[in-house]
Design a protein around this ligand. Structure first.
Ligand code: GLC
Length: 502
């Protein structure tokens, strides 16, 4: 009896501690990270300045990418007005310049009453964040689904914004592949790390963004009661130019989505069997029926893959480029591909198996590692241009980022809810153990931005403290694991089946 009551008191104490921690994280978010524009909350700074007098590079700005978890959390909290204000502010900043028409800024800030946006022209290395534009459309769709605010979706501002976005993405180019070709550092990894070309994260986001765009256009067409027959007439009527564009780009986008998915599954997905097949393919083939389209030589396939894949693991590789595939494992792109159902449910299972099997590398002492393995020695020197922030096992070059953990939670819980027959015990334990690591380490280490070293034990050498997406990743993890797992449906996008039927 006495033993039972001690256990009960311990549990109670634990719950109170957890509740206090959640309240602390929430108060930092609401009272310090969120900022106002036009008198209303609009989004959060990347990190909370520790010294009032120092301007901490651009971490005082509102990054679209860093605000993705913030906005998802605010939606769960029912703070729809903030999310709407954020989306509208980004929309106001969508570029209208000839060369960049349609792109959304990486970040923005208010200076003396004026909004200043960064499209890459102020960033170190002048990189433009392609992911920001893709995320805006996805967030817009998620906002409408969660808040039910279809009136916002059908405003001409939103619909024209989507058209400008699609116009930017769906245009003729010098390649036949449906992937989006980008320069180095065009996403969360916003420095040189040999991620130019067709990096996975951009392709997964492209898939999600196109699905979302189609979903948002469909809402407007439904509202206008637009039928197939009438649509054909509208296409010829200059008065109805917007409807014409919507119908044309919607069908173009659907075709693109289908092509993108089969391309990704064919060229990016690997497991042990596939690697053994590609290792034995002939090279120097010419024509349209060849097996080795990208002329990949066996020597490009790294040896670490054998053990990493094991016999049940599978994942999407980091990049596909002629003769130079990138076999590194990129965490965010893989988690997003599962969440957006770019990969099938069987493939999702192989992915989670692979991540579980390699947990010593990917989770270690701080979940999650951004990519694996790091570029080292000559590769580091040549491919990063001696980037001291991206030393091996540091920062983007295989450092550990707590802001990534909730994406894994999201992907695995979504999968679990759809595939109830699967034995999830191992994954459940992995989620629980890592949630505890976050709860213990993050407040103690001042919600650091990232962690270094092969195990993620050390706070990143140049890590900011009180990094907003670190704090919100903890809050989201807590929400999905402890408060309401069913809420993972917040990231459900229109399915390929739905849009085909529309
Ligand atoms: C760093 C990260 C980038 C992030 C920014 C603000 O530049 O690489 O992904 O958006 O900091 O936190």
């Amino acid at each position: 009896m006495e033993h039972r009551s001690i256990k009960f008191i311990d549990k109670l104490r634990q719950e109170m501690k957890e509740e206090l921690l959640v309240q602390l994280a929430k108060s930092i978010l609401y009272e310090q990270a969120l900022v106002k524009i036009d008198g209303e909350f609009v989004g959060a700074v990347a990190s909370i300045p520790q010294n009032k007098n120092s301007q901490d590079l651009n971490y005082n700005e509102i990054f679209i990418r860093d605000n993705v978890p913030v906005m998802i959390y605010l939606l769960l909290e029912g703070r729809f007005e903030i999310v709407r204000h954020f989306l509208n502010t980004c929309l106001r900043l969508q570029s209208d310049h000839f060369q960049t028409r349609g792109i959304f800024p990486t970040s923005f800030v208010e200076v003396e009453g004026k909004l200043i946006a960064d499209y890459g022209q102020r960033a170190i290395g002048r990189v433009c964040s392609v992911d920001a534009s893709l995320w805006w459309v996805i967030l817009a769709y998620i906002y409408v689904q969660r808040s039910g605010d279809r009136q916002w979706a059908i405003t001409s501002e939103v619909q024209i914004g989507i058209q400008k976005f699609l116009n930017l993405i769906l245009h003729p180019s010098f390649r036949d592949a449906p992937t989006l070709f980008v320069p180095d550092g065009a996403f969360m990894i916003d420095r040189v790390l040999d991620v130019w070309g067709n990096p996975l994260e951009i392709q997964a986001l492209l898939y999600g963004a196109l699905l979302s765009a189609v979903g948002l256009i469909q809402m407007d067409l439904d509202d206008k009661g637009c039928t197939e027959k009438q649509a054909k007439e509208d296409l010829r009527d200059p008065e109805n130019a917007l409807i014409g564009q919507q119908i044309f780009r919607k069908s173009y986008a659907i075709a693109w989505i289908k092509k993108l998915r089969s391309y990704m599954l064919k060229h990016y997905w690997v497991n042990s069997k596939i690697v053994q097949t590609i290792r034995r393919r002939p090279t120097e083939q010419y024509g349209d029926r060849v097996t080795n389209e990208y002329n990949i030589q066996t020597e490009t396939i790294p040896h670490w893959l054998q053990e990493w894949l094991g016999d049940k693991g599978g994942y999407l590789i980091g990049n596909v480029r002629t003769g130079r595939p990138d076999f590194r494992f990129f965490t965010l792109g893989n988690c997003l591909s599962a969440t957006f159902d770019l990969i099938s449910s069987t493939q999702q299972r192989s992915l989670f198996h692979l991540m579980y099997q390699n947990r010593a590398d990917l989770f270690a002492q701080m979940p999650l590692r951004i990519c694996h393995p790091p570029l080292q020695n000559e590769d580091w020197r040549k491919k990063t241009g001696f980037d001291r922030k991206n030393l091996p096992w540091c920062y983007h070059n295989a450092g550990h980022w707590p802001c990534l953990f909730w994406f894994f939670v999201m992907a695995t819980l979504r999968h679990k809810q759809r595939q109830s027959s699967v034995d999830n015990l191992a994954i459940d334990l992995l989620l629980q153990d890592n949630y505890e690591i976050l709860s213990k380490r993050l407040p103690r280490e001042h919600w650091a931005e990232y962690f270094d070293g092969p195990n993620g034990v050390w706070v990143g050498q140049q890590a900011r403290l009180y990094q907003t997406w670190t704090i919100v990743s903890f809050l989201l993890t807590h929400h999905f694991l402890k408060v309401n797992p069913a809420d993972v449906n917040i990231m459900d996008l229109p399915s390929l089946k739905d849009i085909k039927n529309a």
